[in-house]
Design a protein around this ligand. Structure first.
Ligand SMILES: Nc1ncnc2c1ncn2[C@@H]1O[C@H](COP(=O)(O)OP(=O)(O)O[C@H]2O[C@H](CO)[C@@H](O)[C@H](O)[C@H]2O)[C@@H](O)[C@H]1O
Length: 489
């Protein structure tokens, strides 16, 4: 079974968010189960540097005005195919300029990525490798299934995984000819979206199968609130989006062997105490405060609901809580948190930027990690938190609802709670959940039991990888005409 993964970012080479974690970890889990996976990535500087010596396995002289060369190299346990197109990808910033604006040629950059994925599926590589399946991820690769279908490549199946429906890759209709999109597809049943071109919609319509990253988000996606205008497209498909919960890379994220933090396990937490102390020192926070130390590691966007945190912060601090936050994104949120840190020096620490090492130290040293998202397709931070013994406090939405067992009275009596849930978007519900965190924090044995539960909660890729393999096998069988594909949620 040969699978071509195509994604716009991937750990350990280049990451801005959770897509990269999945695009790095899932291929590893599939490979260890015998699937032959290669991962096609844009040749950003972080990708071309480690693959520069790789063999050129595919070329085309002119892909949207630029020569394209694909180099194959083993990097970080992955079989990487780096798309070398310096004019498109050798720049500082994956999607946006240093000033935070979308690169104006993003439609061409990511159409090129999709085009090359489809080209590899059509032609195969110089070493004879040709995929059975193209597995595309998010809008940046949404045109790959369309090109495959348009070119009549019928013996390679395509899957599109939605990591976030709110980013769709919409561009002006006039570009459609230059993007080499079929004119007949520019309709409401095709890739047209309110008079524009929509990359994600193209992928949803033309892929053989659509998946998303949690069962709850799969259901939510069919409502206008979460579908961002594409809910009808999913509902109209014969096979709707299949929700497969993400896992996390439990080798990279292992408190026992993580080089960024003192070693600890669910049985022996003394290393965790040291991690907490070190974290307080990093942010020059007062070690004498008796309440929980809350942590946040997040992109600062409206999705993540962190404006709600600003609203309840003074109350949290009044009862001796503390906060550390690492994030970047929306300039106004960045400023607001920096101001909070200045106003509450000693109890609030804020780092604006991206820092992988510090992220590990926050999961290991915080008592609780806050994820108040308005919507969350899966969410990985709550799983990293659980694995490191920080109890997650999450909005009850998407994958957050699927991964955290709320400390309600039934779960507490059954001894299975792993965190705290509240109604998304509600400041009052968030404040109530925080009050509960304080209450449980003062009941040391219950807190300790929840930490143990959280740390032992299965968060790896074993189950999800098996489900993807099952889908791949059924898709291949369907392509071979053995039987009609039938998906289940
Ligand atoms: N400033 C910073 N410094 C260091 N690390 C930082 C950071 N900001 C964020 N991170 C890291 O980025 C990742 C974020 O992953 P999430 O899944 O929580 O969100 P994201 O919205 O990016 O992903 C989308 O795709 C993923 C994958 O499918 C879905 O889980 C999710 O719901 C969906 O929105 C985590 O590994 C986190 O530690």
């Amino acid at each position: 079974m040969r699978v071509l993964f195509v994604a716009s970012e991937c750990v350990p080479l280049v990451k801005t968010g959770g897509l990269a974690d999945v695009a790095g970890a899932l291929p590893k889990a599939l490979t260890s189960r015998g699937v032959d996976v290669r991962v096609l990535l844009p040749g950003y500087p972080g990708v071309t540097a480690p693959s520069a010596e790789g063999e050129a396995v595919w070329r085309e002289a002119d892909v949207f005005g630029q020569p394209a060369t694909v180099r194959r190299a083993p990097v970080g346990g992955l079989d990487v195919l780096a798309l070398d197109m310096p004019a498109y990808f050798e720049r500082d910033g994956l999607y946006v300029t240093p000033e935070g604006e979308d690169w104006p040629d993003n439609p061409f950059r990511f159409a090129a990525l999709s085009w090359v994925a489809a080209g590899i599926a059509r032609d195969g590589l110089a070493d004879g490798w040709r995929p059975d399946i193209v597995h595309a991820h998010d809008w940046q690769t949404g045109l790959a299934p369309l090109y495959l279908q348009d070119w009549g490549v019928r013996d390679v199946a395509s899957i599109l995984t939605i990591h976030n429906m709110s980013y769709q890759g919409v561009c002006e209709a006039e570009l459609r000819r230059d993007l080499k999109l079929p004119e007949t597809g520019f309709t409401a049943q095709g890739y047209e979206f309110y008079g524009k071109v929509n990359f994600l919609k193209a992928g949803l319509i033309h892929s053989d199968l659509v998946t998303t990253v949690s069962p709850t988000y799969a259901r939510e996606l069919e409502s206008p609130e979460f579908g961002w205008g594409l809910e009808g497209v999913l509902a109209a498909r014969q096979e709707r989006a299949i929700g497969i919960l993400n896992g996390i890379d439990t080798e990279l994220w292992d408190p026992m062997s993580d080089p960024a933090v003192p070693s600890f396990t669910s049985r022996s937490l003394s290393g965790r105490k040291a991690a907490r102390k070190a974290l307080l020192q990093t942010f020059s926070l007062d070690a004498g405060r008796t309440g929980p130390l809350f942590g946040v590691v997040s992109r600062l966007t409206d999705q993540k609901g962190l404006d709600l945190l600003l609203g309840i912060l003074p109350d949290m601090l009044r009862v001796d809580g503390s906060l550390v936050l690492l994030g970047s994104g929306d300039r106004r949120l960045e400023q607001a948190f920096l101001t909070a840190a200045r106003d509450h020096a000693g109890s609030v620490g804020v780092r604006i930027g991206y820092d992988e090492d510090l992220a590990h130290r926050i999961y290991a040293g915080s008592d609780a990690v806050l994820v108040p998202s308005r919507f969350e397709p899966c969410g990985l931070t709550q799983m990293y938190a659980m694995r490191y013994g920080a109890l997650p406090v999450v909005a009850r939405t998407g994958g957050l609802a699927d991964t955290v067992i709320d400390a309600n009275s039934a779960a507490v009596s059954a001894g299975v709670a792993t965190g705290f849930q509240f109604d998304p978007g509600s400041r009052e519900a968030f404040a109530n959940a925080i009050a509960k965190v304080f209450a449980v924090f003062s009941e040391r044995s219950l807190w300790r039991q929840m930490q143990r539960n959280a740390m032992r909660h299965p968060v790896g890729w074993d189950g999800p990888a098996e489900r993807y393999i099952d889908l791949y096998a059924r898709l291949m069988a369907a392509k071979e005409g053995k039987k009609r594909f039938s998906g289940t949620r």
